[in-house]
Design a protein around this ligand. Sequence first.
Ligand code: SAM
Length: 324
Amino acid sequence: MSKVLCGDALEMLKTLPTGSVNMCVTSPPYYGLRDYGIDGQLGTEDTPALYIERLVDIFREVYRVLRKDGTLWINIADSYAGSGKGGWDSPIKNGISQQQYNPKAFNMPKKWKGIKAKDMIGIPWSLAFSLRDSGWYLRSDIIWQKPNCMPESVKDRPSKSYEHIFLLAKSKKYYYDYEAVQEPVAPETVARLKRAVSDVGKYANGVDGQPMQAIFLPRDHSKERTMRNKRDVWTVSTNSYRADGHFAMYPERLIEPCILAGCPVGGVVLDPFFGSGTTGAAAKRLGREYIGIELNPEYCTIAEKRIDEVIPQKDMEGYNEKVE
Ligand SMILES: C[S@@+](CC[C@H](N)C(=O)[O-])C[C@H]1O[C@@H](n2cnc3c(N)ncnc32)[C@H](O)[C@@H]1O
């Protein structure tokens, strides 16, 4: 079932059956930031509006392919208009990107009507609102905080150290296994809650003999509160792992919670901008199937080779069912 489809995201999505995948997690090329060295790549449109329009069309097709209870998780970051500095990373000096270097990407305009040079373009929220307008339920803006973000040479604003992950759903009610991604409550909080419970008798009749105006009795949280619902700021270091020749990978650790919450074991995870196949690697490791779509055939090969080497968690020594 798991497969990599090599070709344009929109065209390949059209070949997939309606309602056939559980979830989609992906990171599209950011606007005007990198050159993936191939004609037809996303991110080099003449205006931000055209870029958003193209993404909305692609995600409309993802909407069709998702089951009714499916979710879409999009990792995206903003771009700056035409300072002439930053942005537009050169293709890596060797390997496939250099061979397939597409100069079109570097000749894009650097400012647009209503957006001045140096302005933030506001891509993430423009995309989120456009997707909401096209029918998606916009459910969460998760902040990916990067403790080891790239240093920037800017001296007139703080350095960027986060990106967004938008969680969108096809329907009002959708599959979301919150228990699979619960996080531990801090030990100090557990201790404080236990103290609060043991203090109940002490303060119920008033403090220092004075009757209490309003008696606030803490609930007994001591049993259920060792775990809590996952928060929406995720601190994850950027990759130390580099697949040969791909320079815009997200870390597996970043998308593991998306897969655990969004797809049951044995379900299908879709990524229409597959790159080096991180989504496929994480899906396989966690016992899910995957469908990856990637325009650059050389990245397809890299992804397939990388995923081949992944050992599913259940086959690993010492695996414990509770990991799920
Ligand atoms: C940000 S990267 C994804 C990286 C991936 N998440 C990983 O961890 O390796 C975006 C990918 O989208 C691909 N891409 C660009 N335009 C595309 C299109 N029209 N259809 C399919 N893939 C495209 C690029 O070649 C690039 O590999």
